[in-house]
Design a binder for this molecule. Structure first.
Ligand code: SF4
Length: 347
């Protein structure tokens, strides 16, 4: 069972500058202050009480942890050491920039019991990185991933399709290059235009055109499939919906949907469902089987996938059930002629 994450937001702390698309305070709703030791310990104790029997993982998000002044890093991680030692806390993860990782950083994080580091890579295309004001290149990402992997960290990579200068081809090429580094997992956040950011200015001036929701879903579907084939899990697709992000005037444009990940997963499932149903006689009634927990991905939002099967192939889905024998990427179909199974990896 995955540990319960105890989040500590450190919005923009440690960041050398603001990247063109970023406003952590608006997307995460936290203010830019370091949490205090007592506050962290109390929060972990509270999670321990509300999640009996589950492992706990402290997670520092929203800033550049490894570029914080060293005493601050020492303070934050130091406060967690007694909890790690006593077993009240089981793991620590943090996110940072690729150019804020060097051999000393890696040794320090290792000594402080950090297990997972997420790198905001965003793109591996130099022009996209430059236009997004990242201040680092693709080689920094490769070097950081290598250093962390050599030291035994679990390394996650965050990518942002749709940044200034990006295209579907560039996003897919970035993904390929990242997958060749064999990261432990990915998070994919299509670029949104948040008020007050540099990107908002570019958007208002007509120099930046965001992806439509349809374009972003279609691209992320291809990215998800590539990651699936490479056996690299995608832990998140699209920003977490928060009251702050959804507050009036915050999100100016871009492919936002509160259940973006499910839109993408459902598209992938529909491709497989339609391939399985394409040669059935029109008017067939079928039942579909999904792996545990994936019925909503198969059915689609507002049962869209079932409606599309009826429209495009004249096939009526009369039942959808879970089947625990299926792998997470497998589905099965039953109709009067028998049963057939298929896997997303075959797409
Ligand atoms: S994207 Fe990362 S490095 Fe850039 S401003 Fe935001 S938190 Fe800081």
């Amino acid at each position: 069972m995955r540990p319960v994450v105890v989040p500590f937001f450190i919005p923009h702390l440690g960041c050398p500058h603001r990247c063109v698309f970023c406003d952590q305070e608006k997307i995460a709703g936290a203010k830019g202050m370091l949490p205090g030791a007592e506050e962290m310990q109390a929060k972990i104790a509270q999670y321990r009480e509300s999640s009996p029997g589950r492992g706990l993982e402290a997670a520092f998000y929203g800033g550049t942890f490894t570029a914080l002044p060293k005493p601050d890093q020492q303070y934050l991680l130091g406060a967690l050491q007694p909890l790690l030692a006593s077993g009240s806390l089981n793991a620590i993860r943090l996110s940072t920039r690729p150019d804020a990782v060097d051999a000393d950083t890696v040794a320090f994080l290792k000594a402080m019991g950090v297990e997972t580091v997420e790198l905001g890579v965003q793109s591996m295309n130099e022009e996209v990185l430059r236009l997004s004001g990242r201040g680092h290149g693709a080689a920094d990402a490769e070097r950081a991933v290598g250093l962390l992997q050599e030291a035994g960290f679990s390394v996650g990579v965050q990518l942002m399709p749709g940044l200034p200068g990006d295209s579907a081809e560039r996003s897919l090429a970035s993904l390929d290059r990242v997958l060749s580094l064999n990261p432990s997992f990915l998070r994919i956040y299509p670029t949104l235009v948040i008020s007050g950011t540099g990107l908002a200015g570019l958007y208002r001036a007509g120099s930046y055109l965001p992806q439509s929701l349809e374009q972003a879903v279609s691209l992320c579907r291809r990215m998800l499939l590539a990651a699936l084939r490479a056996r690299v899990p995608v832990l998140r697709l699209g920003l977490q919906p928060t009251a702050e992000l959804e507050a009036p005037g915050v999100l100016l444009a871009g492919p936002y949907h509160p259940a973006f990940g499910q839109l993408v997963e459902s598209e992938l499932f529909y491709d497989l469902m339609s391939a399985m149903a394409a040669d059935l006689p029109k008017g067939s009634s079928v039942g579909f089987f999904a792996p545990p927990g994936r019925i909503s991905d198969l059915v689609g939002q507002k049962r869209r996938n079932l409606a599309r099967l009826a429209e495009e192939f004249g096939v009526t889905v009369t039942a959808v059930r879970e089947d625990a024998t299926l792998s997470r990427s497998g589905i099965a179909l039953e109709w009067s002629g028998g049963r057939r199974s298929a896997d997303l990896l075959e797409l």
